[in-house]
Ligand binder design. Structure first.
Ligand code: NAP
Ligand code: MG
Length: 402
């Protein structure tokens, strides 16, 4: 068989621990035999991040900006314990945070749906993709404990020194206070990422806030979305036959529960934090959740939503057999390859990505899966395989399809 050719390289960001091992195996077993894989490789493993003083992360993010499409392996976000374990020069920041700051992107998370693993909400037949705004609100707030009677005010001083003052509350006794903010530019970037990704997936976009109560703060989110939609996206949405739908957050939650799925749900920072965990749990497994960072100017970075699966890695190091689920990492690769294929007009690359996804799903639906899925699948005949065997089985299924 002739290998599929690529023109423009994918930005490949390698990572840590168990997912680094899976990364290599996916390439060897599922990609290199079929594709003349062209990547620009960046090693974001913690050892190399430390060696390059984290420059490699910045270079990788810039390459993502330059070429448009990247695929990323899960990486360790260092904490005090990791600083010791890896003897780090310093506690480097989260690579995902660094990349997101450079791309100014929004993260979209989508579950992979297979027969036998039924969502806990019976009406959900199609995936629900959550987009979480990743800036501001309570995540950058200022808080204060009121321990005595007094007056709390909201004061804004402009550059000329002119002030606007509002009384928040006249405390007669103890209480609590918080101040938070957001930026129109950040809300607008979030909106554009969401509209772009809805066009990309050809799915409706839902957005919700509490604008009836928060008549200025939340209303600003609603207005910015609406204005960008009207001016930049309405026509393309109509041509694509998809809808932008705004409602109140409580109404949205109720509608999501009654829906059949198949849409993108844009959430403010806190709503997204909470709702993405609910959606992930309801669809069954973090190991079946994919993630893509979409920038407002249209760069894409595909990855798995889970971490480096440390517990499995330590077992692997001790020579024990592991059964780690590679689905989300496989789908990170297929997402990136499909996108590259679309941008470069490589139909065979697009078709390969589709087939590899189908082969992975078919393998699980035939009852061959890693241990985490055996525990939750309702299929009558299931066989647990190890990390490597699963990839071999997917390759077998794929070969029957090519
Ligand atoms: P994790 O790697 O997602 O793993 C948590 C647990 O979830 C695992 O121990 C395992 O449970 C289960 N699990 C997750 N993915 C699985 C898979 N593919 N197959 C089978 N089981 C899976 O989260 P963590 O242990 O909290 O974090 C580990 C490291 O990952 C940390 O250093 C963290 O900084 C990093 N992290 C990176 C990213 C990222 O790069 N995007 C995201 C999150 C965390 P059992 O052990 O019970 O089998
Ligand atoms: Mg959370």
């Amino acid at each position: 068989m002739q290998k599929i050719k690529m023109n423009v390289p994918l930005v490949e960001m390698d990572g840590d621990e168990m997912t680094r091992i899976i990364w290599k195996s996916i390439k060897e077993i599922l990609l290199l035999p079929y594709i003349d894989l062209k990547t620009e490789y960046y090693d974001l493993g913690l050892v190399n991040r430390d060696k390059t003083e984290d420059q490699v992360t910045i270079e990788a993010a810039n390459a993502n900006k330059k070429y448009g499409v990247a695929v990323k392996c899960a990486t360790i976000t260092p904490n005090a314990q990791r600083v010791e374990e890896y003897n780090l020069k310093q506690m480097w920041k989260s690579p995902n945070g660094t990349i997101r700051a450079i791309l100014d992107g929004t993260v979209f998370r989508t579950p992979i749906i297979v027969k036998g693993i039924q969502a806990l909400v019976p009406s959900w037949q199609k995936p629900i993709t959550i987009a979480r705004h990743a800036y501001g609100d309570i995540y950058k707030d200022v808080e204060y404990i009121v321990n005595e009677p007094g007056k709390a005010e909201l004061v804004f001083t402009n550059e000329k020194g002119e002030q606007s003052r509002q009384i928040i509350h006249e405390f007669k006794d103890k209480g609590v206070l918080l101040g938070m903010h957001n930026l129109n530019s950040s809300i607008a970037s979030f909106a554009r990422s969401c509209f772009n990704y809805a066009l990309e997936l050809k799915q409706d976009l839902w957005f919700a806030t509490k604008d009836t109560i928060s008549k200025q703060y939340d209303h600003t989110f609603k207005d910015i979305f609406q204005e960008i939609y009207e001016n930049e996206y309405k026509q393309r949405f109509e041509e694509t036959n998809i809808e932008y739908f705004y409602t109140l957050i409580d109404d949205a939650v109720a509608r999501v529960m009654r829906s059949e799925g198949g849409f993108i749900w844009a959430c403010k920072n806190y709503d997204g934090d909470v709702m993405s965990d609910m959606i992930a749990a309801a669809f069954g497994s973090l190991a079946m959740m994919t993630s893509v960072l979409v920038s407002p100017d249209g760069s894409f970075e595909y990855e798995a939503a889970h971490g480096t699966v440390t517990r499995h890695y330590y077992r692997h190091l001790q020579g024990e057999e592991t059964s780690t689920n590679s689905m989300a990492t496989i789908f990170a690769w297929t997402g990136a390859l499909r996108k590259r294929g679309e941008l470069d007009g490589l139909q065979d690359l697009v078709e390969f990505a589709d087939k590899l996804e189908q082969a992975s799903i078919k393998t699980i639906e035939a009852g061959i899966m890693t241990k985490d899925l055996v525990a939750i699948s309702t299929l009558p005949n299931k066989k647990a395989v190890n990390t490597e065997q699963f990839l071999q089985e997917v390759a077998k299924t794929l070969n029957t399809m090519l």
